[in-house]
Every structure is written in C-alpha cells, then in structure tokens.
Design a protein around this ligand. Sequence first.
Ligand SMILES: [Zn+2]
Length: 267
Amino acid sequence: MSVVTRFAPSPTGRLHMGHAFSAIRAHDVARDRGGRFLLRIEDIDGMRSRPEHVATIVEDLRWLGLTWDGEVLFQSARLEVYAAALERLRELDLLYRCYCTRAEIAEALSAPHGSVAVYPGTCRHAPARDAPHCWRIDMAAAVARCGDLSWRDHAKVVANDALAQGDVVLARKDAPASYHLAVTVDDAAQGVTDVVRGRDLFEATHVHRVLQALLGLPVPCWWHHDLLVGTDGQRLAKRHGAPTLAALREAGEDGAAVAARLRTGVV
Ligand SMILES: [Zn+2]
C-alpha cells in the first residue's frame, strides 16, 4: 500500500517554524517512500478562520519547497459529512447534550483532578432542554462497545487510554463538528495511511482510535514527532515573538535553506 500523509493547519493565524517542522516531517515521510502528501485546511472554526491566512499558508509551504498532491481539502466544505458521522454515533446512543458553560466546567474542575482537565460528566444524564449545547461522547460506553483499541506510533504499539480523556466534545455549540470528529473522518476520506504530527496530539490519538472503531474507519499508523524547541528549551510555536514564516520570507530568507536547517533539527 502506498503511503499517504497530510499537513492540516488551521487558518487562524500565521505559520511558525514549529508548523514548518511538522509539515516537512509529514512531507518527507511520504516522499521518502514514493507516497503522496496532501494539504488540508482545517477551517471548521468559521469565527477564527481567515481566507488571507489560507493564501499565506500556501505561500509559506511553496517557499519551503514543499509540494502536495491533488486539490486542497477545506473542512468548511464538509460539514454535511461530519453531521452524518455525528448522526451515526447518536444512533449508537453514545452522545449526549452538554449545556455547561466554560465557567461552570472550570468551577467543577477546581477540585484537584489529576493532570488532565477531564469533563466531569455533569450533563451525562441531564434531561434535554432548549438551550445552547455541544455534543459529548460517553467515552466509557463507547470504549465498552469496542474491541482492541491499541494503535501504532511508528514501530511501537500503544495501549489505548481514551477513558483518561473523558467525554470529549464531538460537536461544538458554535461549530457542527469538533477537531476530533473532523480530523478522524477526513483522514479516512483522504486515505491517509500515516498521520505525522506533533507529540502534543498524542493523547488525542486515543480518542481518534475510538472514533475509527465506532465509525468503521481504517486505522492509520501515527508518527508523533517531538516538538521543535528553541535554544531556551521553549516551544517555538508558543514563544513570544517567534518570527512567522511570512516574516522570514518577507525579510528575504531563503526557504530552501530554512527547510534544510529544520531537517537537521537545528534552528
Ligand atoms: Zn455539561
């Protein structure tokens, strides 16, 4: 089977070196194996996504010397597909409405709760009412329906830990799908065989593996790479004042040279 990878940025801001590092990793995993590299724009957040950022992302990737195969996929064009997946999960009786505000959840979590802020399940058995709500998955019920949920991170087999993620949101109050649902549906639809992404999404993979099992989707292999850090040990994507790729480009930096440095892990 031919390898298919993807880079899937959100057009909510400009790309940094950390994004470039991840894009190059995904690109090279495919190209080194004669496979296909896809570009997907995760613009499901209509409030924060901006067309001008899409144009900048395309320019940034070209500047780095990356090429992708086929048409760019936009999540904003696929809301009906996510709605259908959500409906399937609803028919399995695994979803419930959550009416909580951020403040209410924060308050419920103020007691010591371990390292992960897990939704406490407040609305799991709440009667339906006419109020703004998101849709959460009853993770314990979901996991109980599935068989083996282990997954592969490159060569290593990882035991599933979706229960520790709690009843995550699958459809938001302000968007018809959450990241978890859209990314899982799209990776399957695009035939992605190898999901290359940062280690910060390692825990999310437990959830995605559950959704694949419930929706009958193929299971890819994951490659969670370390996050790019600066000489001060801080994540470049988060560091205050880290230059965007657009700023480097406009300053006359050579994109191919930047990409070459990123491939050696030195920035
Ligand atoms: Zn709730």
